[in-house]
Design a protein around this ligand. Structure first.
Ligand code: FE2
Length: 372
């Protein structure tokens, strides 16, 4: 299951016309490239092309598995520059990668809000609100990465004039509230309902032992949208449990250093080294596992779409549930011993010791019995 499953070119050709979508034609019409890799070493330095319509530079990053759910792009605003105003009948979440600036959001009713941001800020554009981004520096470019649920909308309507030029205020999403982009938030369980996080790198988190090794976690709902996202952090000398889920998670390293393993079930794990700014896009149902080999906690942001979460009957993502119970998470007790050995060897190269004993012990206290 979930291997690359490549077939002959002859068979592939018979499906070629189904692979090409209105969404893909639209991206190419924008004059931009699509990076199809599931790993980008650094979003801060990834090469961009001029994006005439928006007035900046950009590149799309879409592993093929997420091209019908949520896409991802990086955009840069020149020093002293601004992007053209835009509205869109799809949702968008933004992480600022470098620089500082501001965004003005307004609606057809004439209500207008401006807020400032700098690297590390996280926010969402309310559905169909008109918005414009400004670089606040005359010397440095400002760069952000965004995830949108544009692909299904573009594929459904196949009419970019409709998608980008429809006059309608979704008042329940944004109604000109003066404090809309203040950093206030409401926390329920793991979820923080907010529209603006000024500093995602240092945002306090909630303990989530279910994902292993004393990790911190927080989930977001922003701009009353339907796309979810979360931040995970794990301590020095630790690694998270391996797990698998649907396509469309875009994992961005916010702090720390380390590596991830990804593999289709039954194959040898492939290793992807990371640093601040690396992006990892786990393909559909590939197992993946994140390892901290640095001298600080490691933190990442995962932009997602509901298709990522394959849930059980109680609404719990199966990526949180032990494989022993039929879930998609591998307990430490069941992982390939080579995974642990590689982690220990990598830490030794950095003169560090693993700090996993407590996590291994705690897991045993609640570990379900192995299936017969
Ligand atoms: Fe994941």
């Amino acid at each position: 299951m979930a291997k690359d499953a490549l077939v002959s070119e002859d068979l592939a050709q018979k499906f070629a016309s189904e692979k090409e979508t209105p969404y893909l034609r639209w991206v190419h019409g924008e004059g931009l490239d699509i990076i199809s890799a599931h790993y980008v070493q650094n979003l801060r330095t990834v090469e961009l092309k001029p994006w005439a319509r928006r007035g900046g530079k950009g590149v799309y990053i879409n592993h093929e598995a997420s091209r019908t759910s949520n896409d991802c792009y990086v955009c840069e605003i020149a020093p002293g520059g601004k992007l053209a105003p835009q509205r869109q009948l799809f949702e968008e979440m933004i992480l600022v990668l470098t620089g500082r600036g501001s965004t003005t959001v307004w609606n057809d009713a004439g209500q207008r809000i401006t807020f400032e941001w700098k690297a590390g800020a996280l926010f969402a554009i309310p559905l169909n609100a008109i918005h414009q981004h400004f670089n606040g520096s005359g010397q440095e470019p400002a760069r952000f990465v965004a995830v949108t649920d544009g692909p299904p909308v573009m594929n459904l309507y196949e009419d970019s004039d409709f998608v980008f030029n429809t006059q309608h205020d979704f008042k329940q999403r944004f109604n000109g509230e003066p404090d809309y982009f203040s950093a206030k938030g409401e926390q329920t369980g793991f979820k923080l309902v907010t529209n603006f996080v000024p500093d995602a790198v240092n945002l306090p988190l909630i303990t989530a032992k279910e994902r292993g090794a004393g990790g911190g976690h927080i989930r977001f709902n922003m701009a009353k949208g339907s796309m979810n996202s979360h931040i995970s952090q794990f301590p020095i000398g630790t690694y998270k449990k391996g797990h698998a889920h649907g396509p469309g998670a875009h994992v961005i390293i916010l702090s720390g250093e380390g590596y991830s393993l990804m593999w289709p079930e039954g194959e040898k794990p492939r290793r992807y080294d990371w640093e601040v700014g690396t992006m990892i896009v786990p393909p559909n149902m590939w197992f993946h596992q994140h390892f901290n080999t640095g001298t600080t906690p490691a933190r990442y942001l995962a932009f997602k779409h509901e298709v990522v979460s394959i849930r059980n009957g109680q609404g719990v993502p199966k990526a949180w549930i032990s494989k022993r119970l039929g879930g998609d998470q591998i307990d430490y007790a069941d992982e390939d011993p080579a995974i642990r050995a590689e982690f220990e060897a990598e830490l030794a190269r950095h003169n560090l010791q693993p700090k996993m004993d407590t996590a291994y012990q705690q897991e045993l206290e609640t570990l379900p019995p192995k299936a017969a």
